[in-house]
Every structure is written in structure tokens, then in C-alpha cells.
Design a binder for this molecule. Structure first.
Ligand SMILES: Nc1ncnc2c1ncn2[C@@H]1O[C@H](COP(=O)(O)OP(=O)(O)OP(=O)(O)O)[C@@H](O)[C@H]1O
Ligand SMILES: [Mg+2]
Length: 493
């Protein structure tokens, strides 16, 4: 590819250079030839003048001495009378030659008029090209002319020599230009090839490819523009991939949700159905079992009611249909109420429940019902997943424009790998254990959405077999509700 571009560029440059070379050659050769012929004419005119002066009386002219003189002048000598008759000629018989006035030669006409005349043409007598130079005749030949003719082969040889020299020198003069042109063409073709390779990379979807910047030239600008385009495409692609992944995640959660809901409802329903049929089939009259069966039916009905209630709460909060009554509440009042609600259960399980009071002035801008629901869910978990003899601490501390509330326990802890999915609906670390404890896996999901409705965030720190700590934030006043969030990693979708 580079080769083809290079070839085209160099051919283009040669197309520009060649006419210049040809015209320089033409004009230089012509100029040099003109000067050469002019010099030759002057030199031959001098020869002719000297010969004319040394001519004997025309009446005494003999062929042998004329041929001698012509040989010395390395040419052909012709002596013409004023009426055009040829008196003598070193190469031909004057009697055979036509009258040069009735059949005029341009150089002779000039000489008859008293000037030097010259012409280049083929000789009518010998048939080869000559340079004819004629000068006015001597006193013994008034109005006549003496003409010296030299074969043009000599002139042509000289012109060819001049031409050769001109060609060589112009070619030498153009050589650096051609070398520079070749270098420039190679540079341009390489850059072109780089740009084309880059475009190919982009076409194949490799938006990470970048062209090296090459200064402020057009190529540099092109490289920058292409790099910017690639960057834009890369960003757009990443954005689309992120959105795609997000959509896939939402779709997975939706499918899981439907499956989970059906599953969670089916188990208690099947149980109710089974025991009801057993009772109808006669167990109703069996005093040993009927009360136990009815108790099972009641527990399952309660579980169904709890699941339905949790699902409704979740969907209300998620779809923002839940109305909240925001007001300023003292932090310690919110904590005390929640702690007292769960204390009987903690005592029953032999768990120490402690409140670590927040600064007296600490307040939260929140819906007290919702915060009570958040705290009771977290405390309920803490009690459920903390073995006998454990400890639970609840407290709060101001953190900028937020109040950070925590519930810490010394319970079973949560494996690190489970933490990212902990707040998903129906997600339980140990399904069987949670179900045994009456859990549905909706508690933390509700908590997450309630916290998000307060523009707060929730996070968890946990170590397996050591305990867990849940932290959530609430705004301290109305203005902070629209401010930035703490710990954005666990914000609700
Ligand atoms: N304090 C904790 N210690 C250990 N594991 C916990 C703790 N809190 C929650 N988990 C784990 O997170 C899971 C999800 O909690 P979540 O409150 O959503 O559901 P649940 O308690 O099982 O049921 P529900 O709250 O709906 O009655 C629990 O099943 C449990 O495995
Ligand atoms: Mg729970």
C-alpha cells in the first residue's frame, strides 16, 4: 500500500518536474545555438571579407587557386557578379550554375545591397545543408558578392554538443530537487499508510488504537481529529456496554424475583393445602393432632401475610408511592424507640443489647416510621444471626451533613463474597437457616430502598464468625437531602 502511494506521488512530482526540465533544455539549447551561429556567421563573414580582398581580378580568376583558398577557409567559395552570374565556384562549374539574381538567395541579396547576409538551407547544386555567409565583393567586383558556405554537419555537431551539455547540467541541477521530492513522497506515503492502517483498526472496532501526534501539520491535525473520534467512539461503546450490562442485570433480577416470589408463596400454600386436606379427611376429629395441624396452618398463613406485606411495602417504596412525613427528630429518640421494641426478643435469646447514645443535639431529618422500620429490620437480623451470649450495639454519629446510624453485632458474620448481593430481594446467605427463622430475604431490600428514599446510603462491614456492622445515613436537615451522598457503593438503583 505504501509503495503504491509512493509511486503515485513520485510520478505526480515527475510530471511537474519533466515539463520544467524540457522547457529549460529547449530554451537553453536555443539560446546557446543562436549565439553559436551568430559567432560562426561573424567569423565566416570575416573569412569571406579577407578572401574577397585577396581575390585576384575576376577576369584572371582560375579554378585551382579558388579551390586552394576555399580549402584554407574549410568551406565552399563562390564569387558572384552584380548581375547574378556566378564567376567562380570552388566545388561546381560556374557555367552549369543558375543566375543568382533571377533566382535570388537571401544572403546574396543582402550582400548585393552592401551588407553581410546569411542563410541556412540545402544547396541546390550539392543537396546538403549549408550555412551560407555572403559579403559585398571587392573593388574589382563592384556590386558583386563573395560567398563562403560551410556544411551544416559541423554546426549540427556543435549544436548537439551544446545540447548534451545543457541537458547534463539541467539534469544535475534538478537532481537534488528529485531527491528531495522522493524523500517528501516517502514521508507523505508513510503517513498516509499510518492513517489508513489506523482507519482500518477503527473499522475493525479497535477504538483503543491511537495515531502518534506529528506536530501542527495537516497530518498532525488529522491524527488529532482521528484520535478524538476514536476516543469518542471508545467512550460511547463503553457507555453502551455499561448500559447493556445494567439492563442484563435488571432483567436477571426481575426473572429471579418472579421465580422467588412464586417459590416463597408456594411453600406455605402447599403446607396449608396439605394440612387442610388432612383435617377434612378426618384429622379434625383426632384430638391428638388437630390442634398441632391448625397451628401449622396458622403459622404458614402468617408467613404468607408477612411476605405479601413485605412485597407491598417494597413495591410502594420502589415505585415512590410511599408517602413520607419528613420532620426533624432527635437521633437518640429514634434509637431508643427501636431498641426498646427489640429488647424482649434479645433478652429471650440471652443477647446483650446496648445503645451508644449520639450527641444530645444530633438530629435527623426523616420519617420516624420509616426509620423505625429500617432499625427494626437491622435489629431483627442482628438478634436472629447472633448466638446466645452475644452483644448488639446501636448508635449514631454526625458525619458532615448526615447522621450515620449503625447496628453492630457479634454474630455469625457474612462471607465477603456474599456482601455485594446482600441487599437484593430474597437474597439470603443461608436459605434454609433464614427460612427456619421465619425470614423471607426481603428485609434488607426494604431497608435499602427506605434509606435511598431519605437520600442516604447504606453499607455493611462483616467478618465471618466475628460479627457484622450495618451503617446507614440520614440527612441532618432538609437542605442536605439534595446534597451529596456518603458511601455511594450501596445506593439503591
Ligand atoms: N446481622 C447479620 N448477621 C449475619 N447475617 C446477616 C445479618 N443480617 C442479614 N444477614 C444475612 O442477610 C440475609 C438477608 O437479610 P434480610 O434481612 O434481607 O432477610 P432475612 O432476615 O433472611 O428475612 P426477612 O428480613 O425478610 O425476615 C439474611 O438471610 C442473612 O443471611
Ligand atoms: Mg431480616
Amino acid at each position: 500500500m505504501t509503495g503504491r502511494i509512493f509511486l503515485k506521488l513520485i510520478l505526480g512530482l515527475l510530471c511537474l518536474l519533466l515539463p520544467a526540465l524540457v522547457s529549460v533544455d529547449y530554451f537553453a539549447t536555443r539560446g546557446a545555438t543562436d549565439i553559436y551561429i551568430q559567432n560562426l556567421v561573424e567569423q565566416r563573414a570575416d573569412n569571406a571579407r579577407v578572401l574577397a580582398l585577396s581575390l585576384p581580378d575576376p577576369a584572371a580568376l582560375d579554378g585551382a587557386s579558388l579551390r586552394e583558398m576555399a580549402r584554407a577557409a574549410r568551406g565552399r567559395l563562390t564569387v558572384v557578379r552584380s548581375d547574378g552570374r556566378v564567376l567562380a565556384d570552388s566545388e561546381a562549374d560556374p557555367a552549369q550554375m543558375e543566375n543568382h539574381r533571377t533566382n535570388p538567395r537571401p544572403e546574396l541579396l543582402r550582400a548585393f545591397a552592401g551588407y553581410v547576409g546569411w542563410d541556412i538551407r540545402s544547396s541546390a547544386t550539392l543537396g546538403i545543408r549549408f550555412l551560407y555567409v555572403a559579403v559585398p565583393g571587392p573593388k574589382s567586383l563592384p556590386g558583386g558578392a563573395v560567398r563562403l558556405a560551410v556544411p551544416l554537419a559541423e554546426v549540427d555537431r556543435q549544436v548537439a554538443r551544446i545540447r548534451g551539455q545543457v541537458l547534463v547540467s539541467t539534469a544535475l541541477a534538478f537532481l537534488p530537487a528529485i531527491a528531495i521530492a522522493a524523500l517528501v513522497a516517502r514521508r507523505i506515503s508513510r503517513r498516509f499508510a499510518a492513517v489508513m492502517a489506523h482507519a482500518g483498526e477503527l473499522a475493525r472496532g479497535n477504538f483503543r488504537a491511537r495515531l502518534p501526534h506529528t506536530g501542527p501539520s495537516e497530518f498532525g491535525q488529522l491524527a488529532r481529529t482521528l484520535n478524538d473520534t476514536a476516543e469518542e467512539l471508545e467512550k460511547t461503546l463503553e457507555q453502551l456496554q455499561r448500559e447493556h450490562a445494567e439492563l442484563e442485570k435488571v432483567e436477571r433480577i426481575r426473572k429471579d424475583f418472579v421465580i422467588n416470589v412464586s417459590h416463597e408463596l408456594r411453600t406455605p400454600l402447599a403446607s396449608i393445602q396439605g394440612y387442610t386436606e388432612t383435617l377434612i379427611d378426618g384429622a379434625l376429629d383426632d384430638p391428638e393432632h388437630n390442634l398441632r395441624f391448625l397451628g401449622i396452618i396458622r403459622r404458614n398463613a402468617e408467613r404468607l401475610a408477612r411476605i405479601t406485606e413485605d412485597l407491598l411495602t417494597l413495591s410502594r417504596v420502589e415505585q415512590k408511592r410511599q408517602t413520607f412525613e419528613f420532620a426533624s427528630h432527635p437521633a437518640n429518640a429514634l434509637l431508643t424507640e427501636a431498641v426498646e421494641l427489640v429488647r424482649p426478643m434479645a433478652q429471650k435469646n440471652d443477647i446483650r443489647l446496648e445503645m451508644e447514645p449520639a450527641p444530645a443535639a444530633a438530629e435527623a431529618w426523616c420519617d420516624s416510621e420509616a426509620v423505625s422500620q429500617i432499625l427494626s429490620n437491622l435489629l431483627d437480623n442482628a438478634v436472629k444471626y447472633t448466638p446466645r451470649g452475644g452483644r448488639i450495639a446501636v448508635g449514631a454519629a454526625p458525619a458532615g451533613r448526615f447522621l450515620e446510624v449503625y447496628v453492630r453485632d457479634t454474630g455469625i458474620g457474612i462471607p465477603a463474597g456474599e456482601l455485594p448481593r446482600l441487599f437484593e430481594r430474597f437474597y439470603r446467605v443461608d436459605k434454609a437457616r433464614s427460612r427456619e427463622l421465619g425470614g423471607t430475604g426481603l428485609g434488607l431490600s426494604i431497608v435499602k430502598h427506605l434509606v435511598a428514599a431519605h437520600h442516604g446510603t447504606i453499607r455493611v462491614e462483616s467478618r465471618i464468625h466475628e460479627g457484622s456492622a450495618f451503617f446507614f445515613t440520614l440527612p441532618v436537615d432538609e437542605s442536605a437531602r439534595h446534597g451529596e451522598r456518603l458511601n455511594p457503593e450501596f445506593t439503591a438503583p
